[in-house]
Design a protein around this ligand. Structure first.
Ligand SMILES: [Zn+2]
Length: 236
């Protein structure tokens, strides 16, 4: 495919390449989609559970929802595409990965420079005193061992600020980038949708379907993230 050859050339030419990944990067890992999970979750809109409100006033529901999502991580793992990005970092083709995903697959695959813009399901903290504690405590429904506060995963809930440090680092990298590759996100969520506009470099979109922002990109390639990355990798 000509577009893949072009992008492979751009990757080789660029002295500073950054990647931004979204949900489409994780789907090939077989992460169970909670909307299609069995039982009563089918009738619950995650936007009503993944909230500060639910954490404060409906903790049992909140805890069950996130315990299910954390356990879901155990049955899947990074796919070839995650490993390819980690290899590119090692080979000097890639500076960093910013991600909207909370599954930790990029780090699991070996990527070192990862900015988790929406936090992580892999770690747990106390909502009151911020003490980091074992995931098993949260899964067991326990309270904070220090202050008895509510435990929660380190993800960004609806109604919360985005973590400042990863955002600042991602923004800095995007400003420095000569090439930015967006993978598996249709950029519908603000403020992530703004990130590609921060770069003066070449902008590339790899996504399963066309997005409403395609005209802002220098190159758009449609397909599955893992397959496109494998095709690219064979040219590098
Ligand atoms: Zn605490």
């Amino acid at each position: 495919m000509e577009a893949i050859q072009t992008l492979a050339r751009w990757i080789k030419e660029s002295r500073y390449t950054v990647v931004l990944t979204g949900a489409g990067m994780s789907t090939e890992s077989g992460l169970p989609d909670f909307r299609s999970a069995s039982g009563w979750w089918q009738n619950i809109d995650p936007r009503t559970v993944a909230t500060v409100e639910a954490l404060e006033s409906n903790y049992r529901l909140f805890q069950e929802f996130y315990a299910m999502r954390i356990r879901g991580l155990d049955v899947c793992k990074p796919h070839r595409g995650h490993h390819i990005l980690a290899e590119w970092e090692q080979r000097g083709f890639l500076h960093s990965v910013a991600t909207q995903n909370v599954d930790g697959f990029h780090q699991q695959a070996g990527s070192q420079q990862v900015y988790e813009l929406h936090g992580s399901l892999r770690t747990v903290r106390c909502n009151t005193c911020a003490h980091q504690t074992a995931q098993t405590d949260f899964l067991a429904g326990k309270a904070c061992p220090l202050c008895q506060g509510k435990l929660r995963p380190d993800v960004v809930l609806f109604g919360e600020q985005l973590p400042a440090l990863p955002w600042q680092r991602a923004l800095n990298d995007m400003r420095s980038a000569e090439l930015m590759v967006v993978i598996g996100t249709s950029l519908q969520v603000y403020p992530v949708a703004q990130l590609p506009m921060m770069t003066q470099g070449r902008l590339v979109m790899l996504n399963a379907e066309p997005t409403e922002h395609d005209d802002r990109f220098d190159l758009v390639v449609t397909g599955k993230a893992g397959e496109l990355l494998q095709a690219l990798n064979s040219q590098l």
